[in-house]
Design a protein around this ligand. Structure first.
Ligand code: BJW
Length: 256
């Protein structure tokens, strides 16, 4: 696309094109899709980062499946327990905070996330569409009902029905929550500007959202230090860390 901004060579030198600021300043409807990269600056490893320590020999793409859980429920439960503890110990970063501030600026602003870490909510974002669930919730692996109280006497703990409890997240091969997906599609199809932030754009159906926005005539912006499958389609590819780029973008927009 003619407007492609090839990006800077260093993470500190991203220039935000004036034309992008002008388009954002004029927009009434903005949609945002975030992925693991937005939480990286808070200290949460991205999904495709190599696992370390106890988990170094495992592939997250195998742990995050119903088959992985059936094969080794304790391993998968313990992996999520460790991630839950890590999430509780970190704080939202400037990228999360800038998105919370941007929400207040636009008439229609939909923040869709693939993340399960609640960092957007903790940063003050009021409406967050969670496509892949939330690690803080636990549900019965048989009845699919969210469970509030359970005894942690086993790993994984069991539901009153006898089945294992599991995190209320969406694993590979599972359907996304229909309501959340419908809200995300509606926002992608009706926005004027779509921001894809910190996602490798490899996992469907979330990866379809920026393409839907593009087909509907929106300006599509990617914020990611690396190239992804989306980069060549984006009108603007801002190749830097989300915290830095979003803070700059928010500042420029405030004075536009
Ligand atoms: C920074 C940064 C910084 C670093 N600043 N950026 C159509 C075509 C092909 C395949 C499929 C298809 N439809 C369905 C499929 C199958 C499958 C799929 O997509 N597979 C692909 C691998 C090809 N999808 C599904 O199974 C989905 N279900 C579904 O479609 O149901 C219907 C159906 C079922 C069966 C068959 C057909 C249809 C469900 C997907 C669920 C994904 N779940 C996970 C786990 C959630 C729980 C958990 O966290 O444990 O979600 S997998 C994992 O990937 C997680 C993430 O949300 C998701 C996306 O990852 P994300 O966020 O993009 O992270 P990374 O790590 O990949 O990338 C990080 C990026 O950040 C990188 O680009 C960095 O450069 C960047 N970054 N630092 C900005 N500071």
């Amino acid at each position: 696309m003619g407007l492609l901004q090839p990006g800077a060579t260093s993470m500190n030198a991203v220039t935000i094109p004036r034309e992008l600021i002008e388009r954002l300043a004029a927009a009434r409807r903005v949609a945002v899709l975030t992925g693991a990269g937005i939480s990286a600056e808070s200290g949460i490893p991205t999904f495709r980062d190599a696992l370390t320590g106890l988990w170094a020999n495992y592939d997250p793409q195998e742990l995050a499946t119903p088959e992985g859980f059936a094969r080794n429920p304790r391993l998968v439960w313990d992996w999520y327990a460790e991630r839950r503890a890590r999430i509780a110990a970190v704080r939202p970063n400037p990228g999360h905070l800038a998105l919370a501030a941007l929400e207040r600026r636009f008439e229609h602003f939909t923040l869709v996330t693939q993340n399960i870490d609640s960092l957007h909510q903790r940063a003050g974002s009021r409406t967050v569409v969670e496509l892949h669930g939330n690690i803080a919730r636990v549900k019965c692996s048989r009845e699919e009902i969210v469970v509030g109280d359970f005894a942690l006497d086993e790993s994984p703990p069991r539901c009153h029905c006898g089945a294992y409890l599991r995190p209320d997240v969406v694993w590979f091969g599972e359907m996304l929550p229909a309501g959340a997906m419908a809200q995300a599609e509606e926002a992608a199809e009706h926005c004027e500007v779509f921001l894809s932030i910190g996602t490798s754009a490899q996992v469907y159906p979330a990866a379809e959202l920026p393409l839907r926005a593009l087909s509907s005539g929106a300006t599509v912006v990617e914020i990611n230090p690396e190239c992804t499958a989306l980069t060549r389609h984006a009108h603007f590819a801002l190749q830097g860390a989300a915290g830095e780029v979003l803070s700059q973008l928010q500042e420029k927009l405030a004075s536009a």
